[in-house]
Every structure is written in C-alpha cells, then in structure tokens.
Design a protein around this ligand. Structure first.
Ligand SMILES: [Zn+2]
Length: 426
C-alpha cells in the first residue's frame, strides 16, 4: 500500500505514543504486491526518457527526506514535552480532571495525542497532500484529505484510548513482567484486529466490492482451482478516490481473508498482468504469510518491550526528577510517555533493517517465485512490475541505505531482473 494509506492505518490503530507502547499491535499484517514507499526501484527502462526518470528520483528523494525530517521532528516534540515540564504538567491536570478510579491515563493520552497530531499536521499535509499533488499522483481535494485525517484521528482515539488504559493497567499491576505479558497479548490482539480490520476499518475509507469484470473473476478462480487452493474473496477497491497509484494486497484472517485489487490497477493492467499480480497475492496465502508476519510481529514486540524495560529504568533514575515524573511510580507514570516514545522510535529504527530484510527475502521474493511458477508468464510479470513502477513513480535505483531502512519489498529493478532470470532458466 502506499505510504499515505499505511500511515493512516497506523494512526487508526493507535494513539500517537500509546500506539508505540504496543509495538506490534500497530502491525496488522497486510501485504502489498509492491508499490508502497518500499516498492520503488526498477530499471532505467521504466521511464521513457531522462526527464521522467529524474522526476521519479526527485519525488522519491523528497519523500525520503520528509521521512527523516518527520522522525527528527518527533524527537524534538517529545524532548520539548519532557524538558519544558509540559508532560508532567499535563499529567497533573489530567489527574485533577479524571475520576480517581480511572486515573490520568486517558485524559493525558487524549490531550497529548491531539497536541502531537497538531504539531505534525503541517508536515503531514506537506508530504501527504502537497507533494502528491505536485507530482500529479493525488486524486484528492484538500478538503477530502483533511476529512480523512480527521476520520483517522477519531478512529485512532476510539481504538487507542481503551488500549492505552489497558497497557498502563498491566504496567502498574506487573511492574517487572509487564513487557512479557503485553507481548504475549499482542498475538491474540493482532489476530482479532486482522480479522476485523477488513470489515470494520478499511471500508471506512474505501469502498470494497467483488471485482466487476466477471471474465477476470472466472480466470482468477480457475487459476486458484488448478492449484487446489481455496480462494478467498477477490475484491476491488476504489483507490482512485485518493491516488493515481496502483496496488494489490491480501488481508484479513479466517472468514475475512481476501485479496484486494485497486481499481487503478484493474484499469491499467492487461488480464495477464492482473493474473500475475493475483498469483503473487495467492502465494502469500499459500505460504501462510499472515501467520509468519504475526509471529515476526510478536517477536519484535517482545524484543522491543524488553529493551524498553531495560533502558527505561536508568533513564528514569537519572532524569525523572528533572522532568517532573512521579518517582514512586516508575514507568507507570504516564508523564513518562514521551520518554517511552523516544525509546520505541530508536528501537524500531534499529530493528527495521532486519524486519525489512526478512520481508524482502523470506516473504516477498518467494511470493514472486510462486507467481512465476504458477503463471509461467515472465513477460506478464515483468510487464506488471514495469507498469507498477511507472504508475507509482518508483525510484529506478534506490540508495542501499534507503533500501535497508524503508524497503519491505525488493526494489522493482531486482524483481524485474528476477522475472527475466526465470524466463532464461525456463
Ligand atoms: Zn507481496
């Protein structure tokens, strides 16, 4: 999925810092065929001329710099909240207004979430709307964009506030083992959320319906049946509401398992190319990748929460008084949330190259292999990747560091080369 959708999903799943406090809970497994910020890459032949290629490169560089600026801005906002005493003041005010039985957590999380959303709004607007407009990728009016942000914020609060209340209840009750308890709760939580998201959350932003092209539907069913695979629903969504970019994904668990194709993709791709994209998604289903992702998410959460537990104690000891934390409460003082947020950002930055490498090499590459083996149509595979690259303005040659940090899929150039290798070996 593209970055807008991904960041929105993340918002939806958690209230700013609170979200991070659950790590992998924000991680509803969805796999896109390519095409997110991570989907870049692709040979020089992707673009007809040098100007088009330069345009794609400058688009990607801008987005990458905006990602870096966004991270730096998050650090600044959290540091300001801590060093100015804003965070401890907010906790005292929250204590004063909240019923004693409920405590300061929810009012604090509500206020800090709204404040941090406001603080990041200019940057979100610039990267989410202005840049997309400038490169002719957006199909959204300014008003529609703001409307979606607002909807995402509301949903994030509705889901995130009870969540953070629960997280702090566990931290208070089990000050030593909270990290293990929360990590193990992540698994059922993610399963439930993954099951419900396709029917309760995703339709709030886009319309999903069975694909209209019945001939294509039959083709897809035949493809799956030939493999003895029980195909889940194949739906189309009106992604053109937001963007000109194309995508496909598989999502959901159990009875909500489905493959989703964007209308933007259906409009541009030949039936053979759609088939190969679908075969890739089918590969994820056959390989049980949702469960691998849930496992990976649980591991990541456990590692993250454990690290926070280890690192937070000395930091609280050293800075707790200066930042106005309630020393007797330790980590359970919600005023320390910005500190937790800083720790979580640092840890997830360190873990992201590992997660991305696993995703590229053990999840996405095998799905491409499956798509090629199943369709035996490398030309359609290469054609689909090239189209995806052009539609999404993918970077022909992402710098290695960018690939490590941001690419959950192999760069398109590598995927195209993979398709060509397959053709030569076949
Ligand atoms: Zn995939």
């Amino acid at each position: 999925m593209n970055r807008n959708r991904r960041s929105r999903l993340r918002r939806v799943l958690a209230v700013t810092f609170a979200l991070h406090a659950l790590g992998a809970a924000s991680f509803v497994p969805r796999r896109a065929v390519a095409a997110d910020k991570a989907g870049g890459g692709g040979g020089d032949e992707l673009y007809a001329d040098d100007a088009a290629r330069q345009r794609a490169i400058s688009y990607n560089r801008q987005r990458e710099w905006l990602t870096v600026i966004g991270m730096a801005w998050g650090v600044v906002v959290n540091l300001v909240a801590l060093t100015t005493g804003l965070s401890s003041w907010l906790r005292r005010r929250s204590d004063a207004v909240a019923p004693a039985r409920l405590g300061a957590t929810i009012p604090y999380a509500l206020a800090s979430s709204l404040l941090s959303s406001l603080a990041s709004l200019p940057l979100a607007y610039y990267s989410g709307w202005t840049v997309e407009q400038r490169y002719g990728l957006s199909n959204q009016t300014r008003r529609a964009w703001f409307g979606e942000q607002l909807k995402g914020e509301g949903l994030g609060l509705a889901l995130g506030l009870p969540l953070i209340q629960g997280v702090y209840a566990v931290i208070r009750r089990y000050p030593r083992t909270w990290w293990a308890i929360l990590s193990s709760l992540t698994v059922p939580f993610t399963i439930i959320l993954s099951n419900l998201a396709p029917i309760l959350i995703m339709p709030l932003f886009n319309k999903y319906e069975p694909i209209r092209d019945r001939a294509l539907a039959e083709r897809i069913k035949a493809l799956a049946a030939a493999q003895g695979v029980t195909i889940s629903d194949v739906l189309q969504m009106d992604m053109s509401k937001q963007t000109k970019k194309a995508n496909a994904m598989f999502t959901g668990i159990g009875n909500t398992k489905r493959i989703v194709l964007a209308d933007t993709l259906l409009n541009e791709f030949t039936p053979e190319e759609v088939e190969v994209v679908l075969a890739h998604e089918l590969g994820h289903q056959v390989h049980h990748d949702i469960w691998k992702l849930i496992g990976l998410g649980a591991l990541t959460t456990a590692l993250t929460a454990w690290s926070v537990d280890r690192l937070a104690a000395p930091l609280l000891e050293r800075y707790g008084r200066r930042f106005g934390f309630d020393q007797s409460q330790g980590l359970a003082d919600v005023a320390a949330l910005p500190l937790l947020s800083l720790l979580l950002s640092a840890i997830s930055l360190l873990l992201s190259p590992v997660q991305n490498a696993i995703s590229r090499n053990l999840i996405e590459r095998p799905a491409d292999q499956y798509a090629l083996d199943l369709t035996r149509n490398p030309d359609a595979f290469v054609g689909a990747m090239e189209k995806l690259g052009r539609l999404n303005l993918a970077d022909p040659r992402p710098p290695r560091l960018v690939k490590w940090l941001l690419y959950s899929h192999p760069p398109l150039q590598e995927r195209i080369a993979f398709g060509r290798d397959w053709r030569e070996q076949a």
